[in-house]
Design a protein around this ligand. Structure first.
Ligand SMILES: *Cc1c(COP(=O)(O)O)cnc(C)c1O
Length: 387
């Protein structure tokens, strides 16, 4: 036979790829998925086929990761996306229509807010209003007759204010307003949003779930009430998330709990030490008793992850900040978080609502998996540059 593609195909197990029982499931790749017979193809055309009929139908690798997340979160349906921001955008589009109004907490992920302003509001006539990052039952006056959705993120990933989730969901439920929570910081292990009345959650899988800064992915998990509507919208969008990313995300889930314990432990040790450091003004970490919403963290969360921030007493110039940041050896300079590599960023926050951090430079630390004593002496050396 001259056609080598046929020779390869002949050596491939026809149906049963599970005959080699590796611990991790195989990573399925495919656009075309073969039907057994024409009758099955006809069934698929009538929407009666229970198998997978095409790559965008989500192959077993995507489905296994979605199922794992759904179980962890206790939702009714999970769908995977090519990034966290794609998950946010699709969820917002799925639950709103022209003429609606939505509320967004002012500490929600920046690119998500930008999408609301520049796409939802400008192009699709969905009005967006920002509410304070530490909002609770006092959200009520901001609700309008056409308010359809509330986007929450608790804690926010720069200034770490928390929302009173049960107080907000109690009001939203009565008015049939969809509550959507970005729970990336807590991961599915340290917060159970569905038990607090949330309708849908978002996770940037890019962060702790994948854990190695080499994956971009996101999920949306939806509770019973809106699961059907969301599933239908996802299908209409024909979204595809690469199988390799789902494979790596699934693999990451196996070590999430042990990694998080280490991130939590090191971050708390460094946060507590920073509180004693003379140059440092405030440490922004929800698990510290001095955090303004610490009581909420204690009530709703079962742990804390490794991302937090602090402010300096002095308002340093960019040159001074550069001397501090560029002297660090273990903390690298870059966006994103949740990986083993410790990272640092510094920026002033822009807020439309009153904020206790207005005009303050927020130094954000992603505490990785390095030895926490090493991380501390790295920061000590950096602080010496400012003294
Ligand atoms: C990073 C992040 C996102 C976006 O995730 P990507 O996968 O980077 O698009 C969304 N929400 C929060 C809180 C994040 O930190």
């Amino acid at each position: 036979m001259k056609d080598y593609t046929q020779i390869i195909a002949r050596n491939w197990p026809k149906r049963d790829t599970t005959s080699a029982m590796t611990i991790n499931p195989p990573c399925y790749k495919g656009s075309t998925v073969l039907f057994d017979c024409y009758a099955d193809m006809l069934k698929a055309r009538r929407n009666e086929y229970t198998g997978i009929s095409y790559g965008t139908d989500r192959l077993p690798t995507q489905r296994q990761f979605e199922e794992a997340m759904r179980h962890l979160e206790g939702g009714a349906v999970t769908r995977v996306f090519q990034s966290g921001i794609a998950a946010i955008q699709t969820a917002l589009m799925a639950f709103t229509r022209s003429g609606d109004h939505i509320l967004i907490v002012d500490n929600a992920y920046g690119p998500g807010q930008r999408f609301c302003r520049k796409v939802l509001q400008k192009k699709y006539n969905v009005q967006c209003t920002l509410v304070p990052p530490n909002v609770g039952a006092d959200i009520e006056p901001s609700i309008q007759p056409n308010t359809r959705l509330i986007l929450l993120e608790s804690p926010g990933s720069i200034t770490f204010e928390l929302q009173d989730i049960p107080a907000i969901t109690a009001i939203a439920r009565q008015k049939d307003i969809v509550t959507l929570l970005d729970a990336t910081w807590a991961t599915p292990l340290y917060l159970k949003p569905f038990a607090l009345g949330i309708d849908a959650t978002i996770h940037s899988v890019t962060k702790y779930i994948s854990g190695y800064s080499d994956v971009l992915a996101g999920t949306v998990t939806v509770g019973e009430k809106y699961a059907g509507a969301f599933e239908e919208f996802y299908k209409l969008m024909e979204i595809y998330t690469p199988a390799e990313e789902c494979y790596l995300a699934l693999r990451g889930l196996h070590t999430l709990a042990v990694r998080l314990r280490q991130h939590e432990h090191s971050a708390l040790a460094i946060a507590k030490w920073l509180q004693t450091e003379p140059l440092v003004d405030e440490v922004l970490h929800p698990a510290l008793p001095c955090h303004p919403e610490h009581h909420i963290w204690k009530r709703d969360f079962t742990g804390s992850s490794g991302l937090f921030a602090f402010t300096f007493k002095k308002d340093y110039s960019d040159t001074e900040l550069a001397s501090f940041i560029d002297s660090l050896a273990l903390f690298r300079l870059g966006y994103s978080w949740g990986g083993y590599q410790s990272l640092i960023t510094a920026a002033k926050t822009l807020r439309a609502t009153p904020s206790r951090y207005a005009d303050k430079t927020i130094i954000r630390l992603n505490i990785g998996l390095e030895d926490s004593e090493d991380l501390r002496s790295d920061l000590e050396k950096g602080f010496a540059m400012l003294k």
